[in-house]
Write a protein that binds this ligand. Sequence first.
Ligand SMILES: Nc1ncnc2c1ncn2[C@@H]1O[C@H](COP(=O)(O)OP(=O)(O)OP(=O)(O)O)[C@@H](O)[C@H]1O
Ligand SMILES: [Mg+2]
Length: 207
Amino acid sequence: MGLKIAFAQQKGGAGKTTVLSHLAHSWTRAGMDVGLVDLDPQRSLTQWAERCSDVEFDVKESKDWRAGSDIRSSGKLHDITLVDCPGNADILLRAAIRECDLVITPCQPTGLDVWASGAIINICDAEKTPCRIVLNRVPPRGGKTDEMLAELEDMQATVLTSTLGNRVAFSSGMTNGTTAISGNRKSIARDEIEALRNEIDRVLTNL
Ligand SMILES: Nc1ncnc2c1ncn2[C@@H]1O[C@H](COP(=O)(O)OP(=O)(O)OP(=O)(O)O)[C@@H](O)[C@H]1O
Ligand SMILES: [Mg+2]
């Protein structure tokens, strides 16, 4: 059975699909066979994968009572299965979190994202699935990042060391199926994703 990771955050637009697609691309480049499960009726992940000419991803679109078994069957077929969760769908979210080995919660360093992360942390606790927060769209300096980190710590959240900046390279590729690691150009965005992937690999090794 391969590993299964849910990307969950009830706050819309926090970066679930963006972070997931970049990591999917990065793990594929690292030689892993990656399966995708799209639980979001918006189909953003599916549409990105359909346009991705670099990799032919096996994408399962799923919903309702089928979600758990679809995640399980993707887990049997692939080294790693990445599940894109819808923002606000409690029962579906719980089913996905129950089925997965790890939850990654993208969180922008703002109060609204941090508070919404609390809901995911509670579901993860109830379902006994480990959760890691990844700070996304972090400004280069200042802002509220330190304050938000303190709030997350108060909520007993485990925050990954790797963070992602607010970069055009992360947002520009979604509609044409590329990511910041398409081609071989070096960039800060690419370094950030590779560092994040390596850190998540270490978490997975120690589960
Ligand atoms: N690190 C980043 N730098 C720049 N833009 C980003 C970054 N992360 C996300 N975005 C942009 O923010 C928007 C929301 O991101 P995304 O669609 O990944 O969020 P989501 O959590 O999947 O949203 P939804 O809840 O609607 O599914 C997108 O336009 C995306 O390109
Ligand atoms: Mg999304």
